[in-house]
Design a protein around this ligand. Structure first.
Ligand code: EZ4
Ligand code: CO
Length: 409
């Protein structure tokens, strides 16, 4: 078999997605996700200009070799644009291999290690009352684990408290990026946040009991000693995890956090290679790996990462926001089903229009996700509909302290 076509589709059904479609001389096709929120066209150009011409004529069966060719062969390694592009190729090749074998990709990875993947949803509120409503809505939809974000008194805009659509449970794709020529500006106050969040979790435990798994995302906003303080102050509320408590590219900073708290830690949604995790895993500074197949070079390196993490009893918590396309989500569902050290899967449903552009075999029932039994990844792209929904600039917000200093968003 040979690759005879490599096409890049940029489409915007309520938000932007970058998809690679490989076609073979035997008529099989494969899809891969290279969506990089706010930098979509850079990933698309990297694929179109520098990768697609190299794929035509190659044997699609040689997944590892093609991955190494694109990673080592570029000389300029790593980085989110490069690794998203390589991820798209890797996923598309696994999709083709699954279709050729007549098997869903998880079967090629060793078969299912469980019946379904425990998923968590995003609840948020401007007040305790609206937060409770949002949690109830998620429980009614079947979620058995909930990420809790809340407005902070004195902070106008807060990460994780999105448009009305999120609180009301409407299927949405916008959060947290907003369409427009430039990012919106938000404000931030770490001290106010550290005072308020323990009260939020005290309230939620009172309302919803001790058993519901609760998660929280700090979104890279804290310094190590602040993260340590937050982790310790949340211990009475028994979190499933505290996510991205510091900007963890400084891996040794997590030693300080770890010394002070037993709140489990999850990190890595912005990481793109095993090296970003090396110290965090080998020193057991985290409990959950937050990588996304889309931003980590695809299925091949994600599987290797999880086998490395398994030696340290570290589990998966793959990044599943709406800016990972249905193709990228499918890729990590297949990995999550196959590995032994699965932990939990983030799941934000895409909009109805996105689900029309990307038809999926994936299902969500009773709080669990399953990639389905369709050969390959189980996603089909409606190219006619995609073509009618062109790219529109959209950016994540930026964040400033009250004195105007730029902060991490
Ligand atoms: O803000 O994916 O845990 N989930 C997150 C996401 C990120 C977006 C950034 O593109 O932190 O919602
Ligand atoms: Co996050």
């Amino acid at each position: 078999m040979k690759v005879i076509g490599a096409d890049v589709v940029v489409t915007s059904p309520t938000r932007n997605f970058v998809t690679l479609k490989l076609t073979t001389d035997e008529g099989l096709t494969g899809l891969g996700d290279a969506t990089l929120n706010g930098r979509e066209l850079a990933a698309a150009a990297y694929l179109r200009e520098h990768v697609a011409p190299l794929l035509v004529g190659r044997d699609p069966g040689r997944i590892e070799d093609t991955w190494q060719y694109l990673y080592r062969g570029a000389y300029w390694r790593r980085g989110p644009v490069t690794m998203a592009a390589i991820a798209a190729v890797d996923m598309a090749l696994w999709d083709i291999k699954g279709k050729a074998a007549g098997m869903p990709v998880y079967q090629l990875l060793g078969g299912a290690s469980r019946d379904g993947l425990l998923a968590y949803g995003h609840a948020s509120g401007m007040s305790f009352e609206s937060l409770d409503e949002s949690i109830h809505m998620h429980l009614e939809r079947g979620y058995r684990a909930i990420r809790v974000q809340s407005a902070i008194p004195g902070v106008r805009a807060v990460y994780g408290v999105a448009a009305q659509a999120q609180a009301t449970g409407e299927r949405y794709d916008y959060e947290p990026a907003g369409r427009g020529a430039a990012p919106v500006e938000e404000d931030w106050d770490t001290a106010a946040y550290l005072r308020h969040i323990p009260k939020v979790f005290e309230h939620v435990r009172q309302q919803f009991g001790a058993e519901l798994p609760l998660l929280h995302d700090g979104h890279h906003r804290l310094r190590p000693i602040e993260a340590a303080k937050l982790g310790r102050s949340l211990e009475p509320y028994d979190l499933f995890w505290l996510e991205d408590c510091t900007p963890a590219e400084s891996q040794q900073a997590l030693r300080l956090v770890r010394r002070h708290t037993v709140t489990p830690l999850a990190i890595g949604e912005v990481f793109n290679a095993v090296w970003d995790f090396q110290q965090l895993i080998s020193e057991q500074l985290i409990d959950y790996v937050r990588a996304a197949a889309t931003h980590f070079g695809g299925i091949t390196p994600l599987r290797k990462l999880m086998d490395y993490a398994a030696q340290y009893q570290i589990r998966s918590g793959f990044h599943g926001p709406t800016d990972v396309s249905p193709v990228g989500l499918a890729a990590q569902l297949h990995v999550g089903l196959a590995i032994h050290n699965f932990g939990i899967q983030e799941y934000m449903p895409h909009s109805d229009l996105t689900d029309e552009v990307f038809r999926q075999s994936m299902r969500f029932a009773g709080g669990y996700l399953h990639p389905g039994e369709t050969p390959g990844l189980g996603v089909e792209l409606d190219e006619q509909l995609a073509a009618r929904l062109p790219y529109k600039p959209a950016y994540l917000p930026v964040s400033r302290l009250h004195d105007g200093t730029m902060h991490d968003w």
